[in-house]
Design a protein around this ligand. Structure first.
Ligand SMILES: [Zn+2]
Length: 266
């Protein structure tokens, strides 16, 4: 049997959970849907908005106000690739994170907030699933994959949820749509490599700068004191309180308790 035929057969039995059907999720989904993967599960409860259309390649002006995940399922299904697309009917949340992760072979995270990024990292590690993380702001984007071994992980790189005033998201800082297209293609490539068992780039973060047209690969080393993948882990379950921004942000003039920033899931 040829290698490509063997890969196609393997992928047809594989599944991925895509967290976030936005600027990163759309190009990743388009690439994965044409790859021959058997099943995709979409976790997003947002609606299409006019201001995001430049980077959300699955949607057009006629889709504004409609449910993104439902629309994405329709559009990916129309490709007629034999792919099954399911909806989580929810965001990726502490309550459903482990069940959703357990239902697939791999996680792909293109979320726009740190709470979801760290929750994804923890759920992937605790369920033994590989995960591909993506992020983008202005002209730059980063992609980081964690193989089935789970180390080095997202927390080896970024440690913990930053305070509320740190880290603008792409809506606040802006992001170039084509830069996210580059990231989505790379996220899909790494996801397929993980699913095929051929991922040999573990321990690297990829950073693309659209102004300089430069793609860099930087080695990542696992932290010996990592609370998730280190030898003495303190994170052994999903605790919702872990994904709230540190309280120090509140004392420094950030929004008061119970404000929108206090609830990372809305
Ligand atoms: Zn780690």
């Amino acid at each position: 049997m040829s290698e490509s035929r063997e890969h196609a057969q393997t992928l047809s039995r594989k599944s991925a959970l895509v967290i976030g059907v936005g600027g990163l999720g759309c190009p990743t989904l388009l690439a994965l849907a044409r790859s021959g993967i058997g099943r995709l599960v979409l976790a997003d409860d947002d609606e299409v908005s006019l201001s995001n259309l430049h980077r959300q390649l699955l949607f057009g002006p006629e889709d504004v106000g409609k449910d993104k995940a439902t629309l994405a399922r329709q559009k990916l299904g129309a490709l007629d690739t034999g792919l099954t697309v399911e909806l989580a009917h929810s965001r990726f949340l502490p309550d459903n994170a482990l069940d959703l992760a357990n239902s697939v072979d791999l996680l792909v995270e293109g979320a726009d907030n740190f709470a979801t990024k760290f929750l994804t990292a923890d759920a992937a590690f605790l369920t033994g699933r590989p995960v591909v993380h993506g992020a983008g702001v202005r002209w730059t984007t980063t992609v980081f994959a964690v193989g089935r071994g789970g180390r080095p992980c997202y927390r080896c790189l970024f440690e913990d949820v930053p305070s509320a005033e740190v880290g603008l998201n792409c809506d606040e800082a802006g992001v170039m749509g084509p830069v996210l297209g580059v990231a989505g293609a790379l996220m899909a490539d790494l996801a397929l490599s993980c699913l095929l068992g051929s991922y040999d780039r573990q321990g690297s973060i990829f950073a693309y700068d659209g102004k300089l047209d430069r793609l860099r690969r930087v080695a990542v080393t696992g932290r010996t004191d990592c609370p998730l993948c280190g030898p003495r882990p303190s994170i052994v379950d999903i605790d919702e309180a872990r994904y709230l921004a540190p309280n120090c942000a509140i004392t420094q003039g950030a929004p008061p308790p119970h404000s929108r920033r206090e609830d990372p899931w809305r």
